[in-house]
Each structure stands twice: as C-alpha cells, then as structure tokens.
Design a protein around this ligand. Structure first.
Ligand code: SF4
Ligand code: SF4
Ligand code: SF4
Length: 366
C-alpha cells in the first residue's frame, strides 16, 4: 500500500493512488476529494482519480474528506496535530493561527482530540464566509458536518466535552482578500515557509502506513485507541446507529455462495475467511465503511446495518457472519457450501437450468 510510484504531487500536496479506494476497486464511486476541491484540481479519468498538479493550490481543504488518507500536504499532518492536541496550550483550531484549513480534519480527528485531551477543541469558523476556498460553502459545510457527526457521537456516549465553534466575525484587515488570486498566493507563501508549522514531515512519511494495520488509516487507529482508553467514561457502549463513522455487517446465509469476493476486495482485511475456509469473519474495528463489499457481492448477500458495539470495536473483537458445511456436489464431485435442498452446487444447478431444453431434446430423441 506504500508504493510511492503511484503518488501524484504538486510541490507540497500529494495523492497516493495506492491508498485510494477508488483505485483499489475499479467500481468504487468515491469522489469526495473531487467534490470538495475549490479549483477542480481532481478529475475522474477512466474511472480512476487524477490530480492536475498544476491546478492544485495546496490549500489542504480536501484532506479530511478522504476516508483512506490518500491525500496529504507536506507541512501539516492532521494526525500528528490530533495526537499533540492534548498538550497544546491553545485549544483553538484556526486556519489563521494553528492549523491549515479545517477541511484537513474529519470527525475521527475531532473525537480523538476530545477524548485524549478531555477538553473541548474550538473550531474558528469566523474566516469561512470570506474565504476564497469556500466556494458554494462546500468546505464550510463539510467542516460543520464533521463537527456535528463528532458531537452526536460524543453526546450519545455521555461525554461532557464537545467540539465548539467560534462564530463571531472578527474585523478583517483586508476585506478584499476574498479575491481568489490573493488567497491562493497567500496559501502558497505560508506553505513554503520552513517554520510555518512544527509538523513538518516528508511526503514519503505521510503516505506510510503501519505494516500491521492492514491498510486501516491512521485517523481510524487513533480513534480506536482513544475510545479504548476512555471506555470506562462512556455512559453506554452499545448504540443503535452507526453515526456515519462505523459499519456493522450482516451476511444472509441463504444468499451467500461463499465465493470470497467480499473478502478479497475488502481494503482493510475487516472481512477474512475463517481458518477452515468455511465461514467469513468480520472485525468492526478494521472496517472503514467503504461499502465495497456490499457493492461487489453478486448475490446481494452482504449488507450494512445500523448499530455499533464500541467494546467490540475498540478490542478488535470479530464475529463470524456466516458459516457453511462443505459437501460434495452430486454432479461434479467438487466440494461446495451446502445451503439445503439437493446436494448440487450452484455451477451445476445453473448449467442444468441453462441447458434444460437441450437435455429435454436429447431425451425425446432416444
Ligand atoms: S477521497 Fe480519497 S479515496 Fe475518495 S477518490 Fe479521493 S483520494 Fe480516492
Ligand atoms: S457475501 Fe457475497 S461476495 Fe461475500 S462470499 Fe458471500 S456471496 Fe461472495
Ligand atoms: S468490510 Fe466492507 S465496508 Fe468494511 S472496509 Fe471491508 S469492504 Fe469496506
């Protein structure tokens, strides 16, 4: 997952094709980065994502929207900031002081900050209205949606702190700075200064993943750790909703053919065959809710349902979604997952129904 030959980049911003789920699975329809980019620097070409690096203004507004951390900027790492947040004196996240555009964060980061610091982060939204990056309010809406998602989760868990916003308008020095050109050069100037942020990391470092994480993004692992460390403070650990953060899975026994496609294409190994190969295990702690498994299943056997057990999530407790008894097909003599009825595998059953008229003709000719 860390092959840097698939990285497209501008001077500071980069996109890793190997970390993008759209590239992982050709039919995935994710285009969150395309939708939020204020200058159209991304496009979908032959169903794959392409970055036009000369168009990219390196604003970082798209970074938080990517579910798999395929996007990064050299001088600011939202995960590092999230991890350091508890020790920061100033708990205000501001694109003018402490961070890049708040579009670099998502609900995973915010919840982790609240749980680790036991304090409320304050998101400075006072610059959004006049910001040139906030075309059609897309960036601002994304930031607000992620804050809402984080707060709904924290509230449901009975956590007192939440993500707050600073809304009061501050007098701008230059009211015309909303002009695109000025804003863009400002972003670039700030980005190239060596001391702009202590989180200076190389692009290589930013796209690296823990080899033991099975492709699970770092923001997801950090959230899992923060929840695990704070479970005893939660009023309840079992919820009937996913909060738009998790995915509970179920497989319908009578529809599943045990073909293994969902297991093969799951980008994080949240789905795995059982050791006897006769069942499928699901680990909610590794599932990034990408929906690839739901989409790839030819028989519509696997589904996402509402609900999350945070103990299972935090402790990586898997569950077996489906289990089969393998029997020998009476036609082809190959083992197949038995689902009741005549002991005949799907392939032979299809063959028999497809060629039923030929068999009837042959019988009549006798
Ligand atoms: S948001 Fe991330 S996963 Fe989705 S298309 Fe963009 S880079 Fe790929
Ligand atoms: S859930 Fe669907 S894709 Fe997965 S093994 Fe069963 S039939 Fe195949
Ligand atoms: S289990 Fe399904 S939704 Fe979850 S990460 Fe794997 S493919 Fe995506």
């Amino acid at each position: 997952m860390n092959d840097l030959s698939f990285v497209q980049r501008s001077e500071l911003f980069s996109y890793s094709g190997t970390n993008c789920i759209r590239n992982d699975y050709h039919f995935n329809t994710c285009q969150k980065c395309v939708d939020i980019c204020p200058v159209g620097a991304f496009d979908i070409v032959r169903n794959a994502l392409k970055l036009y690096s000369n168009e990219c203004i390196e604003c970082s507004a798209c970074i938080g929207s990517c579910p798999t951390e395929a996007l990064s900027i050299k001088h600011f790492d939202p995960n590092l900031y999230t991890q350091e947040f508890a020790s920061l004196e100033d708990k205000t996240l501001s694109c003018k002081k402490t961070t890049n555009c708040l579009g670099a964060f998502d609900a995973h980061h915010y919840i982790t900050m609240v749980l680790n610091a036991e304090e409320s982060p304050v998101c400075d939204m006072t610059h959004c209205e006049s910001c040139a990056l906030n075309k059609d309010k897309k960036v601002e809406n994304f930031i607000r949606e992620e804050i809402t998602k984080a707060n709904e989760f924290l509230l449901a868990c009975g956590i007192e702190n939440s993500v707050e916003t600073l809304e009061e308008k501050i007098e701008e020095e230059n009211p015309k700075r909303a002009l695109f050109k000025a804003a863009f050069s400002k972003v670039k100037d700030a980005s190239t200064k060596e001391d702009v942020n202590p989180n200076t990391l190389s692009i290589t470092t930013l796209h690296q993943r823990d080899p033991n994480s099975h492709g699970v993004p770092l923001k997801f692992l950090n959230l899992k750790r923060a929840i695990k460390n704070n479970l005893t403070k939660f009023a309840t650990t079992s919820h009937e909703t996913n909060f738009g953060l998790f995915a509970k899975k179920e497989i319908i026994f009578s529809s599943c053919t045990n073909c293994g496609d969902c297991v093969q294409f799951c980008p994080t190994e949240a789905l795995l065959k059982t050791s006897d190969k006769q069942g499928i295990n699901f680990n909610v702690g590794d599932c990034i809710a990408c929906g690839i498994c739901d989409h790839i299943c030819k028989t519509d056997a696997i589904h996402t349902t509402e609900g999350i057990d945070l103990v299972n999530f935090a402790y990586d407790r898997g569950e077996e979604l489906v289990h089969y008894e393998m029997v020998m097909c009476h036609e082809c003599r190959c083992p197949y997952p038995y689902r009741g009825g005549d002991p005949i595998c799907d392939r032979c059953a299809d063959y028999q129904s497809d060629f039923a008229h030929v068999f009837t003709m042959a019988k009549d000719m006798k």
